[in-house]
Design a protein around this ligand. Structure first.
Ligand code: GUN
Ligand code: FE
Length: 423
């Protein structure tokens, strides 16, 4: 069932600067893997079933490198504070509700339904500190056909008891039980170690998580250098660390021998950026969250110039919307304000760069994904832009850019993950 050809108006990002397109192109998929894009179908694939999507746009699926499933229920609310106050006032009270499985059932059902309909094909997701609710979320994601990494959040200080892990030894034991159950029960939904951020994790907890990471060869996700008050707090809490990222790296939770995604990096200094580069850490750029929480705006085009691994993220519910189309346009807009208002040494993001971040940039975290080149996993969206009025003919590149600003889930005619059609 994973062998077929699709035909249509095909676009993808070949590099941060270059979107390539093929009008009326053919995209053969064999065993769920792309075999390239062609103007005429090569004879080798002529025996495969063909689906013709006509004038619709065919683009890679989108990879959300950082979001909080447990915050979906309060998206668009409580945006009047900066990070630390926002966590205490809104986020922790909301996340404490996931102690109750009946609440988790309702909240996660709504989240997974929305994510399945969205442009996202794969995502790296925070749940809450509660293992049973986290497994419930993973069960729903597994059934959805999406391929996600999900983390039971670890946090054992500076938070209310309702969202706090027990003492480190017990927290690590509980986390290990969660990992074992997740590995046994799910194939497309993978556990990812998730220390919330340094202010909520003691050294003893981080040390235990470092050991688990090594034992089960797991990836890691967390937050880094998002907000100035947070960075000050980390300086006080981890005086031995050379910089914020070093506070993770000391415990083997900052890439080098494993996949690692750090959200934000708005205020990372030179030494931190150098460590990010050396260790191959992915930066999950979350432009709407950066704006909503007044964190600042990460200098993303500079990170691309430095050759860092950067992907795009919604950071629900620091970001208000699960749509990666919106994240693309927010990335461009935020970068322009940053450039105009306070630092014209870092150029604004082009549309091509932002599209690249959402597809190939974040796709690389999950594997060989995010492009339609030979050998890439086939994750794709089919987008019908016929209801987006225009009085003149547009080329494919213009149609794509416009659709990212104007389209929503209702414009998605089909979605494929790993060569399987979800709808
Ligand atoms: N840092 C620690 N926790 C969070 C969170 O839930 N959202 C954001 N944006 N930053 C965080
Ligand atoms: Fe976040």
């Amino acid at each position: 069932m994973k062998d077929f050809v699709i035909k249509g108006q095909i676009l993808y990002s070949a590099s941060p600067e270059r979107i390539v397109w093929t009008e009326n192109g053919y995209l053969p998929v064999v065993g769920g893997i792309c075999r390239g894009v062609f103007s005429a179908l090569p004879a080798a694939f002529s025996g495969l079933p063909l689906e013709d999507f006509g004038d619709r746009l065919i683009l890679p699926g989108m990879y959300d490198l950082h979001l909080h499933a447990s915050q979906f229920a309060f998206r668009g609310l409580g945006m009047d504070m900066e990070l630390l106050d926002w966590l205490n006032r809104y986020t922790f009270p909301e996340e404490s509700k996931f102690r109750e499985l009946s609440y988790a059932e309702r909240a996660y059902e709504g989240f997974v339904t929305a994510l399945r309909r969205s442009p996202t094909v794969r995502a790296s997701i925070f749940a809450t500190v509660h293992s049973p609710a986290t497994l419930l979320l993973m069960e729903k994601l597994e059934a959805s056909g999406l391929h996600c990494c999900v983390g039971k959040v670890n946090m054992d200080r500076n938070c209310p008891p309702s969202v706090r892990d027990p003492a480190p030894e017990e927290a690590v034991r509980e986390t290990e039980q969660w990992i074992l159950q997740a590995l046994e029960r799910f194939s497309n939904t993978k556990p990812i170690l998730t220390p919330r951020f340094i202010p909520s994790c003691t050294d003893a907890l981080l040390e235990g998580l470092g050991a688990l990471r090594h034992k089960y060869d797991l990836p890691v996700q967390s937050h880094l250098s998002e907000n100035l008050g947070e960075i000050d707090l980390v300086r006080r809490l981890s005086p031995a660390a050379r910089f914020y990222g070093d506070a993770y790296d000391r415990f083997g939770l900052f890439g080098r021998d494993h996949r690692c995604a750090m959200a934000h990096c708005v205020h990372s200094g030179e030494e931190e950026l150098e460590r990010i580069r050396q260790n191959g850490v992915f930066i999950a750029h979350s432009p709407e969250s950066n704006m909503n929480l007044a964190s600042g705006v990460a200098p993303v085009s500079r990170y691309l110039e430095m050759g860092l691994q950067v992907g795009l993220a919604t950071d629900l519910a620091g970001g208000s919307h699960e749509s990666m189309f919106k994240a693309i346009t927010h990335a461009v807009q935020a970068s322009k304000l940053r450039w105009r208002l306070y630092d014209n040494s870092v150029s604004p993001l082009s549309f091509a760069q932002a599209f690249h971040l959402a597809t190939a940039g974040g796709g690389a975290f999950f594997g060989k994904m995010g492009k339609f080149e030979d050998g890439y996993v086939f994750d794709a969206l089919v987008l019908d832009d016929s209801n987006l009025f225009h009085p003149q003919p547009l080329d494919l590149l213009s149609r794509l850019e416009r659709a990212m600003y104007l389209a929503d889930d209702r414009n998605l005619a089909a979605k494929f993950v790993d060569g399987v059609r979800l709808f």
